[in-house]
Design a protein around this ligand. Structure first.
Ligand SMILES: [Zn+2]
Length: 213
């Protein structure tokens, strides 16, 4: 089986790092978790938030899906995996931050832009339909790569708006107990950007030249 022995070897290294020595990582964590930040990230293999943000076990409560989307608040009785994770993170774990982490070259966003076939993906990506319209109006004059990036940003802003539509998220934000963030991992340039909720140019949090190899 390709890759399987390498994964078991990986677990061995992980185990040496986090299960050995006095006061090892899981001595503390087996009692329970108290992550400060909930991350909504894309399933893309290149953008694992724990790796990209160099976080330790217990630091991040992570939900991953195609194109890091937050669906609208909807109590229709459907099986809402993202909403269930938000509920647990916000109401039970009482995280202090929700971070929507988008990224460059997102296949889900490209599918939304170009149209796609599939049993589940088109319906899932329709969450960002309004973002598509917004990005195409604003970025119609741009080339394909820039349009894609504009849609990546617009979908993240839409996810922030959807987050604010969950009543217990809105009330925690109003009470100052929770903050919403949107960060963008530019995997082409190796940069981290903040995407403002209100639109406008993203702010560079870590530029390539700030962090030389
Ligand atoms: Zn993606």
């Amino acid at each position: 089986m390709p890759n399987i022995p390498a994964l078991i070897e990986g677990f061995r290294r992980f185990r040496r790092r986090h299960f050995s020595g006095e006061g090892h990582t899981y001595e503390r964590l087996r009692e329970g978790q108290s992550p400060i930040t909930l991350v909504v990230a894309c399933s893309d293999s290149r953008v694992d938030p724990a790796i990209v943000l160099d976080a330790d076990p217990g630091d991040l409560f992570v939900v991953r899906n195609v194109a890091n989307l937050v669906p609208p608040y909807d109590t229709d009785g459907g099986r809402h995996g993202v909403s269930a994770a938000l509920e647990f993170g916000v109401r039970a774990l009482k995280v202090r931050n929700i971070l929507v982490m988008g990224h460059a070259r997102c296949g889900g966003i490209r599918a939304l832009l170009e149209g796609t076939e599939g049993e589940f993906i088109p319906q899932w990506m329709s969450i960002a339909g309004a973002a598509r319209a917004e990005a195409l109006t604003a970025a119609g004059h741009l080339d394909a790569a820039d349009r894609e990036r504009a849609l990546e940003f617009a979908a993240m802003r839409l996810s922030l708006r959807n987050l604010a539509g969950f009543p217990w998220i809105a009330s925690a934000v109003d009470a100052g107990a929770l903050a919403l963030h949107a960060w963008y991992f530019d995997l082409e340039r190796g940069e981290l950007l903040r995407v403002p909720a209100e639109g406008g140019a993203p702010e560079v949090l870590c530029a390539a030249e700030d962090a030389p190899a």
